[in-house]
Design a protein around this ligand. Structure first.
Ligand SMILES: [Zn+2]
Length: 363
């Protein structure tokens, strides 16, 4: 069935009625000029898993979900589909508009769905865990020569916007010692951002956008606006890096006779995966004949949203060339076979685990 926010959902029944339910899924949407596997693979794969069960029933039901809108391309707001499941798709979000001024609410109506029924899209109380298969979208597994990755946590994320303000002036007549060059200050800072990330284990920090004004060959830049994106699995490490880099921007500005303004635009906590499920996935990966590789997801996923409510795990598939969000995105057929095998082992392990049975009774 299609729920009120456009998620595709189906249930494979358990051996007995009123059984608890395991949810497996990923998202159906993609990005402009994207690839064929980001998201969709994690929807098709559990369907193949159900096929491989060959009609065999487990002590729990399996709900497969294809989330409607994860990337946030159209409305600038990601995870719309999964937010409906945890009950955090509120009026504020529904009012957000796309570039044409169409709100999420209107888009849902135009698709033929009823936003008044969104509350009914919330997952049922008998859903106890969520598992997501997803391509890694990075080069780590390929580098480590492992087909499957066991996600331990989804990295927290900070986004900061910094603006250096100096003085625009003539590039020919202003001596070097009398300049207040906003672009040179920004360049010094960008180098320091990279150094901080290189010297902190697991930290990634990126200045991805820069805009210099007035932006002419023969004019010293008077103003430079930069974006900063910082991610780490531990919030303390991420926050310490952001604090350090903001202070450093101020130090650089002061030394060069400039001003700087830094505004935090996003501060998203890291989301750990459930330790019990992580160890179960690790075992399942081994049984599928692969050496497990524990890793952190640098990208956000629906699992992050579901983890607010239920125990959650993610399994990554190696991404050839680390290429994603591009038509060249691909997977190895053999890796998909191993992922299905791993999924079957996981289902069998959970079906026979007494610890898991106890967990589901508390769901
Ligand atoms: Zn994705």
């Amino acid at each position: 069935m299609v729920d009120a926010v456009g998620n595709l959902r189906m249930v494979y029944p358990a051996a007995k009625p009123d059984a608890p339910r395991l949810m497996i899924g990923s998202h159906l949407d993609t990005v402009p000029n994207g690839g064929a596997y980001d998201g969709v693979l994690g929807v098709v794969l559990p369907i193949a898993l159900l096929g491989a069960l060959n009609g065999r029933k487990l002590p729990f039901a399996i709900e497969v979900v294809g989330f409607s809108e994860e990337e946030g391309v159209r409305f600038g707001t990601p995870f719309i589909g999964s937010r409906a499941l945890v009950g955090s798709l509120d009026e504020d979000l529904l009012r957000r508009q796309d570039a044409q001024g169409i709100s999420i609410r209107k888009a849902i109506e135009d698709f033929g769905l009823n936003p008044a029924e969104i509350a009914r899209a919330a997952m049922q109380h008998n859903v106890f865990s969520y598992v997501e298969f997803h391509i890694e979208q990075g080069p780590v597994l390929e580098n480590a020569d492992r087909p499957l990755g066991v996600v331990e946590a989804i990295a927290g994320q900070s986004r900061v916007e910094c603006t250096f303000v100096g003085h625009a002036n003539h590039a020919g007549t202003t001596p070097m010692n009398l300049r207040h060059d906003a672009l040179a200050a920004a360049a010094e800072w960008i180098g320091a951002v990279e150094q901080r990330a290189l010297s902190t284990s697991g930290l990634v920090a990126t200045v991805g956008a820069i805009q210099a004004k007035p932006g002419a060959t023969n004019v010293i830049a008077g103003e430079t606006r930069l974006s900063l994106d910082v991610r780490h699995r531990h919030d303390e490490t991420r926050n310490a890096a952001v604090d350090y880099l903001v202070q450093l921007a101020e130090d650089i500005a002061t030394r060069r006779g400039l001003r700087v303004q830094c505004n935090v635009r996003m501060d998203q906590r890291a989301v750990p995966m459930d330790p019990f499920l992580v160890s179960q996935v690790e075992q399942a990966v081994s049984k599928a004949g692969c050496e497990p590789y524990r890793m952190v997801s640098g990208a956000g996923h629906d699992a992050m949203i579901l983890a607010e409510k239920i125990s959650t795990a993610m399994i990554f598939l190696r991404t050839p060339g680390g290429i994603s969000h591009d038509p060249a995105e691909s997977v190895e057929l053999g890796d998909v076979t191993k992922a299905i095998d791993c999924g079957l082992h996981l289902l069998d392990q959970l079906a026979t685990s007494s610890q898991f049975q106890r967990k589901t009774q508390h769901a």
